[in-house]
Each structure stands twice: as structure tokens, then as C-alpha cells.
Write a protein that binds this ligand. Structure first.
Ligand SMILES: [Zn+2]
Length: 217
């Protein structure tokens, strides 16, 4: 397979992070997870870090120019011989031209955009059950990998918490943003003829097999 630069999209809870990791492993790609990059940066003691922290506090999106700059910084660290899978960028129609221009400048083309779909209420339900260890960041699903949120982390014994914006209100706000702002970007890639849309309701391996099949087909 010659394909090597991918975008991956999906609403919260669709499992796109997990699928991106699987694809990265399978096709030897670097997974660029913009959301995580911004969460990490928000903790950094720098002017940009503080700016991102403030935006997170206000539940506002990181502006397009900062997103682009950060994305470029991380992409430039990857050798062009190696493919990338970019998680959730471009995230707004306003970022599309900038991201494409920047990718061209660093010698990359988008080969395929993967969209993992999930019904709205299923996203809410999945995210409500999502927890992570405060210390080692391992993820847990309430009712599956942990029975109570008071359980200690199975890896390190740390405290298990929910992401602070994983309240029903926070979840709906993020989902609404996804459908209003990111779905038009996804539609743009559909029109370009490079979109692969996969139903995210199956198991992790079912979804992963379907993506691989569609990429190879
Ligand atoms: Zn832990």
C-alpha cells in the first residue's frame, strides 16, 4: 500500500484515537493527536501554554493560526519517509486551506480521510463511562474495565478520575461543535473523493478490520 498520510475524524467516543493507534502500528505511521498535544501544552509554563489553558477553561477552541503552527511544529519532527495519521485536524473549514498548504510545503499530501461515525446518544453514553488514571493516564471504561469509579488504577494504584469536561453538558457542547464545525470539513473530503466512512458501533477489531479493508480496496 502506497498510502501514507491520513486524516482521521469522528465524534467523541467513536474510538478514533484507538483506531489511529492501530493504524499507526499497522502501517508504521506517526499518530499526531492534536487534542492531546493541546492538553499537554496547556500544562506547559509558557506564554502559549497559558493562552491555551485559558481557552480550555473558557471551553473555547484554539484559534486556527495557533493550531496550524503547532501542527506544523509536530509534523516537521517526522521524517517525510514516514507516514502520519493526523487526528482531528483540520478541525474547522477555516483550517482546511492552511493545513493543505502547510502539508504541501513540507512535502506531504493527504491520501485518505477516515471518518468513524457514531450516533449522538451513543457518544454521550460512551463518554459518560470513560475514566482515566490521574497518575499513569491509563484509560478505563466504567462497567467494563472498572466496576466502580472508586477503584484504584490497575496499573499503578493511582486515583481514577473523569476528564473535567466529561460532564453531560460538556460532552454535548463538544459534540455540537463537532457536528457544526468539523462535519463540513469531512464533507469537503467526501467531495474530493478521498473519504472513507466507517460505522463506529462495532467492536474495536471490527471497526479496525473495516478500515483496513476499505483502505486496501
Ligand atoms: Zn495508573
Amino acid at each position: 500500500m502506497e498510502l501514507k498520510n491520513f486524516l482521521i475524524f469522528g465524534p467523541q467516543g467513536s474510538g478514533k484515537g484507538t483506531q489511529a493507534d492501530i493504524l499507526a502500528e499497522k502501517f508504521n505511521l506517526v499518530h499526531i493527536e492534536t487534542g492531546q498535544i493541546f492538553r499537554d501544552m496547556a500544562l506547559a509554563d509558557s506564554e502559549l501554554g497559558r493562552k491555551i489553558w485559558d481557552l480550555n477553561e473558557k471551553k473555547e477552541m484554539v484559534p486556527d493560526d495557533i493550531t496550524l503552527e503547532v501542527l506544523r511544529f509536530h509534523l516537521e519532527k517526522v521524517s517525510v519517509e514516514k507516514g502520519v495519521i493526523i487526528d482531528s485536524a483540520p478541525r474547522t473549514p477555516g483550517q482546511v486551506a492552511g493545513v493543505e498548504k502547510m502539508l504541501k510545503e513540507i512535502g506531504r499530501d493527504i491520501d485518505s480521510a477516515i471518518y468513524i461515525t457514531l450516533p449522538y446518544e451513543e457518544s454521550v453514553e460512551r463518554i459518560t463511562k470513560r475514566f482515566a488514571c490521574q497518575s499513569c493516564k491509563k484509560h478505563f471504561v466504567l462497567g467494563k474495565s472498572i466496576l466502580s469509579q472508586d477503584d484504584p488504577c490497575q496499573e499503578c494504584g493511582g486515583k481514577i478520575i473523569q476528564r473535567t469536561d466529561d460532564t453531560p453538558e460538556g460532552i454535548r457542547k463538544r459534540l455540537d461543535t463537532f457536528y457544526e464545525i468539523t462535519v463540513p470539513v469531512i464533507e469537503y473530503y467526501r467531495e474530493k473523493g478521498i473519504l472513507i466512512e466507517v460505522d463506529g458501533r462495532g467492536s474495536v477489531s471490527q471497526v479496525s478490520d473495516e478500515i483496513t479493508k476499505r483502505l486496501n480496496g
